[in-house]
Design a binder for this molecule. Structure first.
Ligand code: SF4
Length: 286
C-alpha cells in the first residue's frame, strides 16, 4: 500500500509540474483565463496557410497618422519622440531614451542610403530599449507597422514579442530590440544578400555599444546572419546555445511565424526559459 501511495504521489507531482509549465506557456501567449465551456463548432472553411499569413500581417488601424515619405531626409519619425502604440488591450509604451553613442549611431542609420531600401522606406527603424540591456532581441527586418511608426516590433508580431518578454518577467524597457535590416523591404519580401551585407555594420555597431550578455535571434534569417550559418535552418538551430563574438546566442522562432503556427509556441517557450535561466545566472555572478 505504501509503495502504491508513493507512486501516486510521484505521478501527481509530475502532473502538477506539467500543468505548471503549460500554464506558464499559456500566460506567455497572453491567455489569462481558461474557458469553462467548449467553443461552438466552426462551420466555415479552414483558412489556407497563405490566407492565414495575410490575416496575421494585414495592416491594423493605427491611431497615428503615417509620416509622409521623404526620400533624401532623415526619417520623419526621428524628429518626434516615439509615442505609445496601442492594439486592442495591449499597449507598447514609449521607449527609454538612448545613450549618446546610440543616438549618434541612430542618426547615421536615419540618413543611410547604403542600399536601395533607404529610398523606399517611410522610416528607418533603428531599434529601441535599454542602452545597457543584458538581453538583446534581433529580428529580421521592419514590417508595415514598424515602417509607419519607426519602431521595432509594434505590429501583431510585436504584441506577441512583448508578451514573451513579459512571460520571462522582464519589460520591453529592460531589453533592446533591433533587426538585421533597419529599413522595410517592399511588401515584406525576403531581404536580399546585398542589403543584409550593407546593413550588417549597423547591427554590429549596436551590439558593440550595448554589450548584451545574451542575444536572442528571432527567426531563421536573423540567426543565419548573426551566426554566419547561411545553410542551417531555425528548427535545427533553436534550442541550443551558439555564440556571436563570445556572446551566447539563443535562436528561436520569429513571433510572426508563431502567429501562423501556434502549435510551435511551446518550443519558443522552452527557448525563453533557457534564456531567462542563463540571464539570471549571469546577473547572479555580478
Ligand atoms: S537597410 Fe540598412 S543599409 Fe539599407 S539603407 Fe537602410 S539602414 Fe542603410
Amino acid at each position: 500500500v505504501e509503495k502504491t501511495n508513493e507512486n501516486a504521489a510521484g505521478e501527481s507531482a509530475k502532473i502538477r509540474g506539467a500543468l505548471k509549465a503549460r500554464l506558464e506557456m499559456e500566460q506567455m501567449l497572453g491567455i489569462e483565463s481558461l474557458p469553462t465551456k467548449l467553443p461552438p463548432k466552426r462551420t466555415g472553411e479552414r483558412k489556407a496557410p497563405f490566407a492565414a499569413r495575410q490575416t496575421a500581417n494585414a495592416p491594423i488601424p493605427s491611431p497615428f497618422k503615417p509620416a509622409p515619405y521623404a526620400a533624401s531626409k532623415p526619417s520623419p519619425a526621428a524628429k518626434k519622440p516615439a509615442a505609445p502604440v496601442r492594439t486592442g488591450n495591449t499597449v507598447i509604451g514609449a521607449p527609454p531614451e538612448l545613450s549618446d553613442e546610440l543616438k549618434t549611431l541612430r542618426e547615421k542609420v536615419e540618413t543611410c542610403r547604403k542600399c536601395p531600401l533607404g529610398g523606399t522606406r517611410k522610416n528607418a527603424v533603428f531599434g529601441e530599449g535599454n542602452s545597457k540591456a543584458g538581453l538583446m532581441f534581433v529580428g529580421e527586418a521592419p514590417g508595415y507597422h514598424e515602417d509607419v511608426q519607426g519602431r521595432p516590433f509594434v505590429g501583431p508580431a510585436g504584441m506577441l514579442l512583448t508578451k514573451i518578454i513579459e512571460a520571462i518577467k522582464l519589460e520591453r524597457k529592460d531589453v533592446f530590440i533591433a533587426n538585421i535590416l533597419k529599413c522595410r523591404p517592399p511588401e515584406n519580401r525576403t531581404p536580399q544578400p546585398d542589403e543584409v551585407a550593407a546593413c550588417r555594420g549597423h547591427l554590429e555597431a549596436q551590439i558593440d555599444l550595448i554589450k548584451p550578455k545574451i542575444i536572442c535571434a528571432l527567426g531563421g534569417p536573423a540567426a543565419k546572419t548573426l551566426l554566419n550559418k547561411p545553410n542551417e535552418g531555425i528548427t535545427k538551430m533553436r534550442g541550443t546555445w551558439h555564440e556571436y563574438k563570445g556572446i551566447p546566442v539563443m535562436p528561436t522562432f520569429h513571433p510572426a511565424y508563431l502567429l501562423r503556427n501556434p502549435a510551435d509556441k511551446k518550443y519558443c517557450w522552452e527557448d525563453m526559459q533557457n534564456v531567462r535561466d542563463r540571464l539570471k545566472g549571469v546577473e547572479n555572478q555580478k
